[in-house]
Write a protein that binds this ligand. Structure first.
Ligand SMILES: N[C@@H](CCC[C@H](N)C(=O)O)C(=O)O
Length: 291
């Protein structure tokens, strides 16, 4: 039997996602299905898959159902789950608005790191949604090191709902080809894996970022990475001005607004580009080359 699902494809600064409506949490997508759907050659292709599920219907979100009707059930393209996604949740809000599941204004969305408030402007499909990211945490330990292509840097553990190791580099080319994943030491610092953010300074309140995402590899943008990068600057240089930071990524620019108390908001484009029907059991199959 051919299984089908409806999907919408979209992106935030070219961090691209599949949104799959699953209101009653009954699709039962396996990690293998997610890997196949996100495969760029033998599937549809994406940096992540967002199941659009009613909080009340999902065991990971039922306790948030009173606060947030919808749960972003985030899956990495390697089939694992993640707690949060700064670009994904802004796109998720755009999807809720454009499919009539939410109204313009502030929409609470449940995630595996709690309920996040996303502000989505009405009447402008190009308007930038903004997510309240709260205050980043710095859980340590000290002495984290990241190595990429033979070079090693000190890193800071920043938790923005999901885990990040932030590295300050002189030039974004310094880490080299990130198809070879960076290694992070000590090995026990991130028992569930980590996203590595390579950050350089372009001017006052202006950063640029390359990201090797946990469960995905190098991507063209990462919203939580942008917030973690700004948090690392403020942690390293207490007293630097708060206000708006611009974070350039390969796929565009994100804005991170820092309140005097350290609360952060992330804004940027979130664009829906296509809707279609997928056939998950035909995807991800690779024939051995004929000799
Ligand atoms: N692209 C994201 C982060 C997605 C989750 C990440 N791969 C993880 O495993 O934590 C963003 O925009 O924040």
């Amino acid at each position: 039997m051919t299984r089908t699902l409806t999907f919408t494809k979209g992106h935030g600064t070219e961090n691209d996602f599949l949104l799959v409506p699953d209101p009653d949490a009954e699709l039962g997508l396996t990690p293998a299905d997610v890997i196949a759907l996100c495969d760029r050659q033998a599937g549809i292709g994406a940096d992540g898959l967002l199941l659009v599920t009613r909080s009340a219907a999902h065991p990971d979100a039922a306790d948030m159902a009173d606060e947030a009707e919808w749960f972003m059930d985030y899956r990495n393209p390697d089939g694992t789950t993640a707690q949060m996604c700064g670009n994904g949740i802004r796109l998720f809000a755009r999807y809720l608005l454009e499919t009539g599941r939410a109204r313009p204004g502030t929409v609470p969305i449940a995630t595996r790191s709690g309920v996040r408030q996303v502000h989505i402007p009405g009447g402008d499909p190009d308007g930038h949604p903004t997510v309240a990211m709260g205050r980043p945490a710095f859980p340590g330990p000290d002495g984290i090191k990241v190595t990429a292509n033979g070079r090693t840097w000190p890193a800071l553990h920043v938790d923005v709902g999901n885990p990040h190791a932030v590295v300050q580099v002189d030039d974004l080319a310094d880490p080299g080809d990130l198809r070879t994943p960076p290694t992070v030491e000590p090995a026990g610092a991130y028992p569930e894996g980590v996203t590595v953010d390579f950050v350089t300074t372009r001017g006052p309140a202006h950063l640029a970022l390359r990201v090797h995402e946990r469960g995905a590899g190098e991507t063209r943008s990462c919203g939580t990475g942008a917030v973690a990068a700004v948090a690392a600057v403020l942690h390293r240089e207490p007293g630097v001005p708060t206000g708006r930071y611009t974070v350039d990524v390969a796929g565009g620019s994100l804005a991170v607004d820092v309140a005097p108390d350290g609360d952060m908001h992330l804004s940027g484009p979130a664009v829906l580009v296509a809707t279609g029907t997928g056939y998950p059991n035909r995807m991800g199959r690779r024939e051995a080359p004929q000799s």
